[in-house]
Design a binder for this molecule. Structure first.
Ligand SMILES: O=c1[nH]cnc2c1ncn2[C@@H]1O[C@H](COP(=O)(O)OP(=O)(O)O)[C@@H](O)[C@H]1O
Length: 197
């Protein structure tokens, strides 16, 4: 991923710009009544079967990065979520799409706000069942045989969504560096094992 500042990205004349956001919250909920889950992180299953973050292309002739992202969120999540310039995390050239810059944001909410988003995404969001097949929570824990975060990371992701997720989990302190290294290593093994022979 070739990162650049938001200002440098905005000064490139012929590039298209896409913005995506990681919504997250702290939680006390216990899985099976026993395992502390600590954090909620939202991603979505896209129409193409790939995992990604909510968001999309913005039109800088009509809107700012943040207002374009809020418009996309309204369509995909069914709620008007304000994303501010302070929520910006990184801007990068897209790995496989020419002339595309992806801007990544992260917004911390509380657990009840996240639940409202999940509810609206199913009930009122225009894109539900079409461009977006469903919101998913990222399992941030480990179970035996690679269950949890390693299994989640062994799925297929759109563009740089997987590396955006990994760097955000680390920089916001949601998963330790050591656990992330273990998760990516196990995920790679799982991907390898599931290749057709
Ligand atoms: O979660 C993501 N992280 C990084 N890049 C993404 C993510 N989702 C989509 N992209 C990239 O951004 C481009 C436009 O995104 P998206 O498909 O969400 O926009 P659209 O709904 O406006 O068409 C995609 O072609 C893809 O390369």
């Amino acid at each position: 991923m070739s990162q650049m500042s938001k200002e440098d990205a905005l000064s490139l004349p012929r590039h298209r710009h896409a913005c995506h956001v990681m919504l997250y919250a702290d939680t006390d909920s216990k899985l099976f009544g026993r395992y502390q889950t600590k954090h909620i992180v939202l991603m979505q299953m896209r129409f193409d079967g790939l995992l990604g973050f909510p968001g999309g292309l913005v039109d800088l002739s009509k809107e700012t990065l943040e207002s374009g992202l809020s418009r996309e969120l309204e369509e995909e999540l069914g709620v008007a979520l304000l994303v501010s310039p302070e929520d910006h995390v990184s801007s990068s050239l897209a790995p496989a799409v020419p002339n595309l810059i992806t801007h990544f944001y992260a917004k911390k909410m509380n657990e009840s706000e996240i639940k409202e988003v999940e509810k609206a995404a199913v009930t009122v969001a225009k894109d539900h069942g079409l461009e977006v097949l469903g919101m998913v929570r990222v399992p941030l824990y480990f179970f035996k045989r690679g269950g949890g975060l390693p299994a989640f990371l062994s799925n297929s992701f759109i563009g740089s969504a997987r590396s955006q997720l990994l760097s955000a989990l680390q920089s916001f302190g949601l998963v330790s560096q050591q656990e992330l290294a273990k998760a990516t290593q196990q995920a790679n093994q799982m991907r390898h094992q599931s290749q057709p022979r």
